[in-house]
Design a protein around this ligand. Structure first.
Ligand SMILES: Cc1cc2nc3c(=O)[nH]c(=O)nc-3n(C[C@H](O)[C@H](O)[C@H](O)COP(=O)(O)OP(=O)(O)OC[C@H]3O[C@@H](n4cnc5c(N)ncnc54)[C@H](O)[C@@H]3O)c2cc1C
Length: 533
């Protein structure tokens, strides 16, 4: 197979023309292209908006064609194939995966496909019931502490834009995307440069993945929270679990800790049990919300609204003289700002979209980098105390019931409380209370945002417009600690396998899922060695 980069189509040209264009680059008549696959499709909006493709094509006499065409756009296609490890015998004591987010689910999938028959413990509920609890929370402000935007099947990403791009390349990424498609995600994620599935498709995928796991012998237990460890001579021997019928002891030699970044009670328990961990930098800030059509107009100019483009997005960052960075995070085109709390009287925000991304507003995190030196206390749990304090202040400023404090950008920059919306109506439910964010966010966060907004305005005209809405507080973008693990993926407390975002080894759905696969590979290797005659 040959790979051809940078094949360009205008917005008016159909993909049927790709064969002709590929053939022209190769110097062949179009009929000599035997097969053509789109590997990647990106939007180039720098000047005239156009579509840029990477293609894989099959031709006869590949070597000869490659030698003759001499185009830098053409190369031999590299095989990037991820394979699961060879199967093992089901161990007498099954491996346990704690957490059914992307990290835990892909770890359980690999273990189950390789015959290890894992147990999957998830404190929250299956996604269908969870969706009802979340809707109830967004409508009434009544929060279920075990079933919410952070906890339950699918983990933190289950109510999200479902962005699947990563900053890294790993052969397992294509495998993960392929699995998502096999379980019901749209095929476009296989080739879009910035793939996203949206909350609607994610829920279908999760239900289908659950059915496969069960069919492979995985014992999935919803409503089961790990509350303590039983250790023998530095090795895990059992987990204490709180289930719907009460507390029980589950024998376990290997347990994957795919806990996500909001499992604060579990981090406290692990710390008390002596599991090594360290503090880590994080980022906190607000959600910023604009009219989607304003961002479309800046990004796509005269082509804004073209059906082949969809809703525009953005990725912004700037570095301030203070040494801090301010950057956009998890932008949700056509989406909504969501209440993402999981604890009593502590408010947190995030964002989500449906696959169609057809809402009126676009929102994104606007975050300031924070290091452990920025908050009081030391030790691995100090960052959690910092996040909690911010969330308590946000809750109080909202006046209770998980109403979020909000302010228009113009008022924020002028240090004046807002009294109501301008042209951007905030989408956060159960609602916002207009206020002055300077009264609740730490001064270093407000100062960094104040310096950054005009700089970001230079990159996207209208970004710092008066009526854009800031909703506080975005505090769960990353985990403030890392649970230490060896090169082989295991904690110094043997039998514990820290995994995914909560353990500090991933940031986002794809990297958490990839870390889940890697963790499964390590455990399977250990099981295989133990089973060797
Ligand atoms: C609203 C929102 C939108 C997001 N949007 C995107 C996006 O578009 N793209 C993207 O890449 N990332 C997004 N993210 C981030 C992404 O969701 C996370 O990076 C990812 O889910 C991390 O995966 P994980 O498996 O490590 O942890 P999680 O997904 O957090 O899963 C951890 C699971 O462990 C369970 N758990 C915790 N403690 C226990 C315990 N003691 N016992 C049993 N179970 C336990 C939790 O209930 C949870 O289900 C978003 C996050 C949020 C909150």
């Amino acid at each position: 197979m040959l790979q051809i980069e940078r094949v360009i189509l205008s917005l008016e040209e159909s993909e049927d023309r790709l064969q002709e264009k590929a053939a022209a680059i190769l110097g062949l008549p179009p009929r000599e292209i035997q097969a053509l696959t789109i590997l990647r499709r990106a939007i180039d909006a720098r000047e005239e908006v156009r579509l840029v493709y990477t293609l894989r094509v099959k031709v006869k006499n590949e070597e000869k064609v490659l030698r003759r065409c001499r185009s830098r756009q053409v190369s031999r296609a590299e095989k990037e194939h991820y394979r699961l490890p060879p199967p093992v015998q089901p161990p007498d004591i099954p491996p346990v995966v704690v957490g059914a987010g992307p990290g835990g689910l892909f770890c359980a999938l690999a273990l189950a496909r390789c015959g290890a028959r894992p147990i999957l413990l998830e404190r929250g509920k299956p996604v269908e019931e969870r969706a009802e609890d979340v809707e109830q929370f967004w409508t009434t402000g009544q929060l279920d502490f075990q079933s919410n935007v952070q906890f339950g099947e699918g983990g933190a990403g289950a109510f999200s834009d479902g962005k699947l791009n990563t900053g890294t390349r790993d052969p397992s990424h294509r495998f993960i995307l392929g699995e998502l498609v096999a379980h019901g995600a749209p095929e476009s994620i296989l080739c879009d440069a910035k793939p996203h599935v949206g909350t609607d498709y994610l829920h279908r995928v999760l239900a289908s993945l659950r059915r496969e796991l069960v069919s492979l012998g995985c014992d999935i237990r919803f409503g089961h929270q790990v509350t303590n460890l039983v250790l023998e001579e530095g090795h895990l021997s059992a987990l204490e679990v709180q289930g719907p019928e009460g507390r029980y002891i589950l024998p376990a030699r290997e347990a994957v800790l795919a806990l996500g970044n909001s499992a604060r009670d579990t981090f406290e328990m692990l710390h008390a049990a002596g599991v090594p961990m360290e503090p880590k930098p994080l980022a906190v800030g607000v959600r910023i919300e604009h009219l989607q059509k304003d961002i479309d107009a800046v990004q796509y100019k005269a082509q804004a609204g073209h059906p082949r483009l969809g809703a525009a997005s953005y990725k912004l960052s700037c570095h301030l003289e203070s040494g801090r960075s301010v950057f956009s995070f998890c932008v949700c085109p056509g989406g909504t700002v969501v209440a993402a709390a999981s604890e009593a009287d502590r408010a947190a925000t995030n964002g989500m979209s449906l696959y169609a991304r057809d809402g009126e507003n676009i929102n994104g995190g606007l975050l300031v980098s924070v290091t452990p030196e920025d908050f009081p206390g030391d030790g691995p749990l100090a960052g959690i105390a910092f996040q909690r304090e911010l969330e308590e202040r946000a809750y109080a400023a909202g006046g209770g019931g998980y109403i979020a404090p909000a302010q228009r950008v113009g008022d924020f920059l002028a240090h004046r409380p807002s009294t109501g919306p301008g042209k951007v109506t905030p989408t956060y439910r159960p609602g916002v209370r207009w206020c002055d964010l300077w009264e609740l966010l730490p001064p270093f966060i407000c100062e960094a945002l104040t310096q950054a907004l005009p700089l970001l305005e230079q990159k996207i005209h209208g970004f710092a417009q008066e009526d854009a809405v800031l909703t506080a507080v975005e505090s769960r973008s990353s985990c403030p600690l890392r649970i230490l693990r060896s090169e082989a993926g295991e904690s110094a407390v043997r039998g514990l396998w820290p995994c995914g975002e909560g353990a500090g080894y991933a940031g986002g759905i794809m990297s958490a899922a990839a870390d889940g696969l890697k963790t499964a590979e390590h455990i399977l290797e250990k099981i295989r060695k133990e089973q060797m005659p």
